[in-house]
Ligand binder design. Structure first.
Ligand code: UDX
Length: 443
């Protein structure tokens, strides 16, 4: 099929390359010429394992590629090319509010509409407040020369950064919100290779499809905050949250995934999605149903303050004149994304309280520097830790999980480590003469 992908961020770039992998002819559009230039040259502007190889394997003009994938800034070209248009623009949190900023999605629909002069399907993938698809469908039919023959469907995306390609080519499920048998048939044909591999397909109306995404992210955030609330109780009672979550995980009804206590969740999705969900529920008069998400958000933010407190204790009660090493800047490992990163948030707070903070991350240094130019940055964990009064392990990259406590011990000022992700082995670190502290574990 001839499909277009509008917006080439994490979601769009991955979707475009994966649709080419499924055998479709794909044209990606972005309004930023530099993004289109980078992608057209075979460069993915973010760190996402496997994506660049996939892109190059399908990019037109690349030697040995299938040539099924191209990028453009032209709406006219997109309109002329596509039978199915995917809208993958982002929906960030509105400045100073909980609600979601729909302007990028709306402008994508508005800029596309005038070029739709024959029957097409416009499929929204962005995470939007429930009710948006309905409104966008009306708006599109009013503005497109094809009128109601420019049909809308909603097909939320559940990909995780760091596993974006895997999650797109082998999803847990496909959810499509449709209003006609025709739309369902088109999407069944488009995703045929995934359906053949046994991926469950859930066909719903618009609001249910929109809600599946926000409900899923709310559930995951709640599960993380649940175990972090348990970590607070563990801290108060002397219990060990790692053993606790390990024991809970044996209960198949609970399960061990998203049950790792630590510094909590960040990134471009979970925090803003639960806030947008609360805001939308308020508009719908269902705010009571989601008041618990406010608590989920608070528990999550309290973990960051608690880490700052623990670090202050380790620095002898104050940060002035102290050197603090921060390992990790990305919001999670295998990503260079620093949006609402718990690690950088903690680093920033400590720096503001007078410490000299040096950060190292395997992939997120450039993005971290842009967001927090006042922090110091080092080229390795060892360099960051030089002379440090305390080392904070805040993003669990593999390289940190396997760090040698002896080697690190030789460069630090004092052997004190705070494990914000509960993945280092306390026995090993204490055995090497370190003071090891973690969130929710006995000291
Ligand atoms: C999330 C959803 O998983 C995905 O389905 C959705 O499409 C987008 O939002 P992502 O933001 O890439 O994906 O990150 P995810 O891997 O879910 O992790 C989110 C945050 O939770 C990270 O900061 C991670 O460190 C934290 N986390 C995760 C925990 O603190 N504990 C856990 O047990 C799991």
């Amino acid at each position: 099929m001839r499909i277009t992908v509008i917006g080439t961020g994490y979601l769009g770039a991955t979707h475009a390359a994966c649709m080419a992998e499924l055998g479709h002819e794909v044209l990606g559009l972005d309004i930023l010429p530099e993004k289109v230039a980078a992608l057209s040259a075979g460069n993915v502007p973010m760190y996402e394992p496997g994506l660049e190889e996939l892109l190059r394997g399908h990019l037109a003009g690349m030697e040995g590629s299938t040539g099924r994938l191209r990028f453009t800034t032209s709406w006219e070209e997109v309109g002329a090319f596509g039978e199915v248009h995917f809208v993958c623009t982002n929906t960030p949190q509105r400045r100073g509010e909980f609600a979601c900023d729909m302007s990028y999605v709306e402008s994508a629909f508005d800029l596309l509409a005038p070029h739709l002069d024959r029957p097409v399907l416009v499929v929204g993938k962005s995470t939007v407040p429930v009710g948006s698809a309905d409104r966008l469908a009306l708006r599109l039919a009013e503005r497109a020369p094809a009128g109601e023959a420019a049909e809308v469907a909603w097909n939320p995306e559940f990909l995780r950064e760091g596993y974006a390609v895997e999650d797109t080519l082998h999803p847990d499920r496909l959810v499509i919100g449709v209003r006609s048998d025709h739309a369902e048939e088109v999407l069944r044909e488009l995703y045929a290779p995934l359906l053949e591999q046994g991926t469950p397909l859930v066909v719903t109306d618009f609001p249910t499809a929109e809600l599946v995404k926000t409900a899923a992210n709310s559930f995951l955030a709640t599960k993380i905050s649940f175990i972090n609330a348990m970590a607070e109780v563990c801290e108060a009672s002397g219990a060990d949250v790692v053993q606790l979550s390990g024991a809970l995980a044996y209960d198949a009804r609970i399960g061990g995934r998203y049950l790792n206590a630590g510094l909590g969740f960040g990134g471009g999705c979970l925090p803003k999605d639960i806030r947008a969900f609360m805001a939308r529920a308020g508009e719908l008069g269902a705010d009571q149903a989601l008041t618990f998400l406010r608590e989920v958000d608070s528990i999550n933010m309290r973990r960051r303050s608690r880490m700052v407190e623990l670090a202050r204790e380790q620095c002898g009660g104050g940060f002035l004149g102290r050197r603090v090493a921060v390992l990790g800047a990305a919001f999670k490992p295998d990503s260079d994304d620093v949006r609402d990163s718990p690690a950088l948030n903690v680093a920033g707070q400590i720096q503001l309280q007078g410490a000299q903070v040096t950060v190292y991350d395997p992939k997120a240094m450039d993005n971290a520097r842009k967001l927090f130019p006042s922090l110091s940055y080092a080229d390795s964990a060892l360099e960051a830790a030089e002379g440090a009064h305390v080392v904070l392990h805040l993003t669990e990259w593999q390289e940190f999980r396997t760090m040698d406590p002896e080697a690190l011990g030789r460069v630090v000022g004092e052997r004190r480590i705070l494990d914000g992700r509960n993945v280092l082995d306390p026995v090993v670190w204490r055995g090497a003469g370190w003071t090891y502290r973690a969130l929710g574990r006995p000291s």
